[in-house]
Design a protein around this ligand. Structure first.
Ligand SMILES: Cc1ncc(COP(=O)(O)O)c(C=O)c1O
Length: 296
């Protein structure tokens, strides 16, 4: 259990941390969040995570509550207080407190900022499992999935369906039969001729920072890539499949809707990418590109 949380300017004991009952995040999910992975006490890809946070806020006309530098200092202090070595820091920013009314408050509110941490085992040390199973579900979300909104009900329902099916993740499928992404992860396949496929980062999915860094890693490794949507049928026929996220890194998928992917074991290319991504985490924590540069 972490000892401290950060709430609106104060480090408070985690069990006592609280926000106002009329915080618009609590009442309307009017806010955004970031999950920044921490590896051996350092933030991974801090720059791109902060870029995405700023972008999500600006899309909702919520001002940054602190400068990037100050946010970094608060995060570092919370990590120190909680002796966080591996895991993640969670940041949430909402429009703030105002009497309940859907439209933005006339008098600008002070955005509310909270942070917590979670200790997790080092992913590279713990991955012994055969791979994840996923179940497909219809994508019932809104059309601005690029905003990292705290409004996550469809994602919660998708993840619950996965749990009920004995799976670790759900792959959401749009009206045209294409996989958009997981409930909290980006989706990838490897075709029979060895090409890695993932869909374009636009309003249809959350632009994952792990996805972004893996694309960079793949360019360095010279791995063939196709940025395009893939259908659920194509995923069922794929040689390999995997997912990416800040807490799962690159994780093989070995079953989709109960059917084995390829030979039913973690794919060779997937495990190579996992290793290359972990090298990026271990050696290149600060060195990722800015969010805006992604043209894909
Ligand atoms: C819907 C969704 N897609 C993708 C991701 C992966 O993003 P990242 O790699 O930045 O963790 C997340 C992470 O929370 C997510 O919620």
């Amino acid at each position: 259990m972490p000892r401290y949380a950060y709430v609106n300017g104060r480090f408070t004991r985690h069990g006592d941390a609280a926000v106002h009952i009329e915080d618009r995040g609590y009442q309307f999910a009017d806010g955004v969040y970031e999950v920044i992975p921490v590896h051996t006490g350092e933030l991974v890809d801090e720059g791109p995570h902060m870029d995405r946070l700023e972008r999500s806020l600006s899309e909702l006309s919520i001002p940054m509550p602190l400068s990037r530098r100050a946010l970094s200092l608060v995060a570092a202090e919370l990590m120190r207080r909680n002796a966080l070595t591996n895991g993640f820091i969670y940041m949430q920013i909402t429009r703030g407190v105002a009497p309940r009314d859907h439209k933005f408050p006339k008098k600008p509110t002070k955005p509310a900022l909270t942070m917590t941490t979670r200790q997790l085992p080092q992913p590279e040390a713990t991955f012994e499992r055969g791979g994840f199973s996923v179940v497909s579900v219809p994508d019932i979300r809104w059309k601005r999935r690029d905003i990292k909104s705290i409004s996550l009900l469809p994602n919660i329902l998708a993840k619950q369906k996965a749990a009920e099916a004995g799976c670790e993740e759900a792959w959401q499928v749009d009206e045209d039969g294409f996989v958009t992404e997981g409930s909290a992860t980006n989706a990838w396949i490897v075709t029979k001729d060895g090409k890695v496929v993932t869909r374009r980062s636009d309003a249809g999915i959350l632009g994952g920072i792990t996805r972004l860094s893996l694309l960079k890693v793949m360019r360095v490794e010279g791995i063939e890539l196709e940025i395009r949507p893939f259908s659920l049928e194509e995923a069922h026929e794929a040689r390999e499949a995997f997912l990416t996220s800040s807490t799962n890194y690159v994780t093989p998928i070995t079953r989709i809707d109960g059917k084995p992917v390829g030979n039913g074991h973690p794919g060779i290319l997937t495990m190579k990418l996992r290793k290359a991504y972990i090298d990026h985490v271990v050696h290149g924590k600060a060195g990722a590109e800015r969010f805006e540069v992604e043209a894909t």
